[in-house]
Design a protein around this ligand. Structure first.
Ligand code: NAD
Length: 497
């Protein structure tokens, strides 16, 4: 059985707190590893090491940082299958999906190689007689990343690559449920020539998170996880004077207009609702049908497909869905399904009885499909984060758009239609951060940025893209004069002429 460590200053350190957490293979239910849960003093050691690495790293030329990120990117590509296997074994998502999720992280590493261009400042020549004015983007210092279980490669890469490329040093606290991949990322950074101490990983739980949130040497915190913890992290970090971006949960609606190609809609819903067993913050969990005819047809089309989902152990090829991440999470999803039934929604397909022969101890659930889900039901208002698709029926476009706009979450949404004007109005007016038009999972590419609205994100900056350069740097402006003659005294506020 594997014993995970912390990765501090380019070396593995066994945990000394005496506390550990078990890591399981969700496909079999067998314990595969133990991960140490850091004490406050172990986290403080990592912060001290990262702080000591900061002066040299931030003074490293931007071209040299870019070269290291380029080597790191190349190594990530080379190790993509190995990283995907780690993701698949500890998270449970099927291997092709795990490969894709690693790629989406590598794309941010690739984007960060352009840091010489991205981190350029501004310069104004001769703003007054002989005075030049310029602005620089300086790194912040030691920054923390705190990540969820569902993307153990992609989200650590979102944070660490942009933080390091801009000259910061990092303490990453990944999810204790699947810590194998994040650890490997930090090792590969060192293998790529990244200096020891720039990318550190401490494994842990609330104790580690709270230490990061309270330590004055941590200048910024990037968090992704559930909304209650995101809000707690945001409030605590900002109260302690830190910059913070904290992404939370989601409930993503797909609005389906009567003119949409329903075959495409059904295909999109299958992938977006059940891919990764619904454990994606950009999963479509609600299909909003405009008109009963659309709903009736979709129920008919989806029912046999949900019943026939290809489910198996995560390393098998050509599957549609693997297990859920933990036994506890599966139980929580099952509770939400029961809640939906109790609240009066129609459970058309019930995935709770699914058993995978030969893997009876795995954390499997079949796909579930609800019809006639209504606003106000708790199972609709809250995030389920499992393989459950809820269909709702409305009579108008406006009514459908209002559902997405009024929901507490506002991460992603999509509209399926052939009507360009309706699609444009939806993209323009819906109160959600990321919108897809005939695209079910609108995760922006690395050169844009990722972030939801409302209870799906706290803070002002999105993840990756130019937004991340702004998040991980502070602006310094310099007003400069090299006079050829003596400077005269001036007692009024400088007004540059
Ligand atoms: P989580 O909130 O339970 O955990 C996230 C991180 O916070 C982990 O590192 C965990 O160790 C830590 N943590 C957990 N409880 C804590 C506490 N009480 N105090 C301090 N730290 C704590 O989330 P999860 O279950 O790992 O991930 C799933 C959630 O993440 C879902 O809600 C999903 O929607 C969300 N998510 C959001 C996005 C996004 O960009 N909006 C992306 C991926 C996942």
């Amino acid at each position: 059985m594997k014993q995970y460590t912390h990765f501090i200053g380019g070396e593995h350190h066994s945990g000394t707190s005496g506390r550990t957490s078990d890591v399981f293979n969700p496909s079999t239910g067998v314990k595969s590893a133990e991960v140490p849960l850091a004490s406050a003093s172990e986290v403080e050691t990592a912060i001290a090491v990262a702080e000591a690495a900061f002066p040299a790293w931030s003074a490293t030329s931007v071209l040299q940082r870019s070269r290291i990120m380029t080597k790191f990117t190349a190594l990530l590509y080379q190790h993509q299958p190995e990283l995907a296997k780690l993701v698949s074994l500890e998270h449970g998502k099927v291997i092709e999906d795990a490969m894709g999720s690693v790629l989406r992280g590598i794309e941010v590493a690739e984007f960060s190689c352009g840091i010489p261009h991205l981190q350029k400042g501004e310069f104004s020549d001769n703003v007054a007689g002989g005075i030049d004015l310029y602005a620089m983007r300086k790194p912040l210092g030691v920054v923390a990343g705190i990540t969820p279980f569902n993307f153990p490669a992609m989200i650590p890469l979102w944070m660490a690559c942009m933080a390091m490329a801009t000259g910061n040093t990092v303490v990453l606290k990944p999810s204790e449920k699947d810590p194998g991949c994040p650890m490997r990322l930090a090792e590969l950074f060192v293998e790529a020539g990244g200096p020891a101490g720039v990318f550190n990983v401490v494994n842990g739980d609330k104790v580690a998170v709270d230490t990061l949130l309270h330590d004055s040497r941590i200048k910024a915190v990037s968090f992704v996880g559930s909304t209650p913890i995101a809000q707690y992290v945001y409030e605590t970090a900002t109260k302690n004077g830190k910059r913070c971006q904290a992404m939370g949960g989601a409930k993503n609606h797909m609005l389906i207009l009567p003119d949409a190609d329903l075959e495409s809609v059904a295909n999109a819903l299958m992938g977006a609702a059940f891919g990764s067993a619904g454990e994606r913050c950009m999963a479509i969990s609600v299909g909003v049908c405009v008109g009963d005819e659309v709903a009736d047809k979709l129920v008919k089309m989806l029912t046999p497909r949900v019943k026939a989902l290809k489910i198996g152990t995560s390393l098998e090829k050509n599957l549609e869905m693997g297990p859920l991440v933990t036994k506890e999470h599966r139980a929580k999803v099952m509770d939400y399904i029961q809640m939906g039934v109790d609240e009066g929604a129609d459970l058309v397909v019930d995935g709770r009885d699914f058993v995978l022969e030969g893997s009876e101890e795995g954390y499997f659930l079949g796909g579930s499909l609800f019809d006639n889900v209504k606003k106000g039901m708790t199972s609709y208002e809250e995030e389920i984060f499992g393989p459950v698709l809820q269909l709702m029926r409305v009579q108008t476009f406006e009514e459908g758009m209002a559902l997405a706009s009024d929901h507490q979450y506002g991460n992603g949404t999509s509209i399926f239609t052939r009507n360009g004007a309706a699609a444009r109005t939806y993209a323009d007016r819906v109160e959600v951060g990321m919108v897809g038009i005939n695209v079910p999972i609108p995760v922006p590419l690395a050169f844009y940025s990722f972030g939801g609205w409302k209870a799906s994100a706290f803070g002002d900056h999105n993840q990756f893209g130019a937004e991340a350069v702004r998040f991980y740097t502070k602006v310094k402006t310099v007003t400069s004069r090299w006079p050829e003659s003596t400077i005269a005294a001036d007692f009024s506020i400088p007004t540059l002429k």
